[in-house]
Design a protein around this ligand. Structure first.
Ligand code: URA
Length: 190
């Protein structure tokens, strides 16, 4: 439908498909290398993301960046990050199913332009929406699922790690599995 990132972004940025547009400061389109082989998909913008117009720039984002750097990934260089919903849900509530449904076409178009080899779903909401509605994040994180030739891995959201740091080592294991998968199937990431 869109043949360039520019046209997709220009259309998305003025989106009024759902009521979240009424309360946003900035729409958070996505960020990173538009040729990356690895895509990260979160849930939706929080306060800092809404203020700055970029994904994962608050406390969760700092933790995500540090876990990414441990496996040689960097949003400036070799990954692309987007969210299921592009506008902040009030008080950081979960995005409603209707908001997710109305927004998901933007993500589908980002996915088509990027054509990633690996997709990491960050957190329960993203994992259930893009991998399988029956995913249980505490049970299934770190498992790879192959769909139409592309590998998908759910992982625990950094905001959940910040609430319970005991989970950090097992999420670091997810990231090690991700690194191994990249080494196995990607050609331009490292
Ligand atoms: N949490 C998310 O899921 N996405 C962001 O962009 C920020 C926090």
């Amino acid at each position: 439908m869109f043949n360039s990132w520019e046209s997709l972004k220009n259309n998305c940025i003025n989106c009024t498909k759902c009521d979240l547009c009424k309360t946003r400061t900035n729409l958070v389109f996505g960020y990173g290398n538009e040729n990356a082989e690895v895509m990260f998909i979160g849930e939706g913008p929080g306060e800092q993301e809404d203020l700055q117009g970029k994904p994962f720039v608050g406390r969760s984002g700092k933790l995500l960046d540090s876990m990414l750097s441990e496996i040689g990934l960097n949003r400036e260089k070799n990954i692309y990050i987007a969210n299921i919903v592009k506008c902040r849900p009030p008080k950081n509530r979960d995005p409603l199913p209707i908001e997710q449904e109305l927004c998901i076409d933007w993500l589908r178009n980002q996915f088509k332009l990027l054509s990633p080899k690996i997709v990491v779903a960050v957190g329960r909401i993203a994992s259930m929406k893009i991998i399988d509605e029956n995913i249980k994040i505490t049970r299934d994180h770190g498992t790879f699922y192959k769909k139409k030739g592309i590998w998908f891995m759910p992982t625990i959201h950094p905001a959940a790690i910040l609430r319970n740091m005991n989970q950090k080592p097992s999420v670091e294991q997810d990231f090690q599995k991700l690194k191994n998968k990249i080494l196995e199937i990607c050609s331009n990431t490292y």
